[in-house]
Write a protein that binds this ligand. Sequence first.
Ligand code: DLL
Length: 428
Amino acid sequence: MFNEKVEKMPRKKLQELQLKRLKAIVMYAYDNVPFYRKKFDEAGVEPNIKSFEDLEKLPFTTKDELRQNMPFGLLAKPMEEYVELHASSGTTGEPITVCYTRHDLEIWAEVMARCLAMAGLTKRDIFQIPIPYGTFTGAFGFHYGGQKIGALIVPTGKGQSERQIRLMEYYGTTFIAGIASYALHLANVARKMGIEPSELNVRNGIFGAEMFTKAMKERIMKEWNMDVHDIYGLTEMCGPGVSADCDEHDGLHLWEDHFYAEVIDPKTGERTGVEEEGELVLTTLTKEGMPIIRYRTRDITFLYEGICNCGRTHVRHAPIKGRSDDMLIIKGTNIFPSQVEEAIMKNEKVGNNWLMIVERKGDMDEVIVKVEGKKKYSEEEKKKIEEELQKEIKIITTLGMKVEIVEPDSLPKHEGKAKRVIDKRVNQ
Ligand code: DLL
């Protein structure tokens, strides 16, 4: 463990620490960020909270509110205190910009180091980071955390997949991090170069930044012959590093000394019951540069009860099921693209890339799921796989969808987060 004292802190002590920090950060936000002063005053709430329950009286912060105050309207410190900025990838609108003080960077490195150590990173590892170094938080988060542990970092950065594989071979990379779908893309590239990914030295990987189903994890594990960990985070909190899963692979530990988590019903805003799914709401407990109170992440999950076998006391949440704004309503049924992925990735005959197209035909919604075959198949073979997938998708989503097996490498590739859904109904 990177920080055993904190990671195994008795729950009572951890909650005392949380409450102390929660009281302080709410007051700090009120005193230093005019946006919060106005918001709390308008809601008629006092910023002097006394209990976790009191927090529920405070209004949520939404992505739209952050957007309206971009780029620097939510900062709590004078400009000269900031040393770095990052921004969200902006797949759902204007990017959200976050500025870090030195103290904030230090905390980011600490939570990242805990996640990476949990995934097995040690100072003896050769740690390759095939993620764009830029305003996206991914690469820098892994970089700072990896350095804190003392691993040898190979900052290969964006794309150039063949070069990534060559360098893995050349340096004997043992640990990689990144965006889940890119790990599978790299496996495809390696094979095309005549290199079996499982024969490279890579034995551990930690991935996130997008929907990451169990079936996909299993596939990455198998293709690379490595252990795979899930890491979650978002720019608004720090970037990657909010939570990750331990070797039990049963939920992600969320670092509660730095983030306070609630799960709410996205419709009513009320907290959900024990282990009941809803939208994750996060409050930063220690961020001095840009504190955020009760942020609606739109990510769907639930919090576990009980302590993990690994001994860490920090609460676990279920792998993110999807974003509330990813949810599709098809023929009146709510589905998440992650359910379709779960169905597809279980099938050994399909490749690593897929795309779902939703259209309205007359009065009816129609879905076509295009899936790359693992290899080129005959028409007859294709038909058989299509039927298998259709059946599996129906079991998981209850919906009938058309499936089309397409040739390997024929669908758009992604070096960043994968785009899995084209919903043509939006413009129909
Ligand atoms: O994606 C930070 C990150 C980088 C996390 C690298 C993990 C690895 P944003 O670009 O702000 O930040 O996007 C945040 O991505 O609200 C989730 O919807 C989604 N997301 C992040 N991690 C996971 C995960 C980074 N492990 C948004 N599983 C979040 C599912 C994830 N979704």
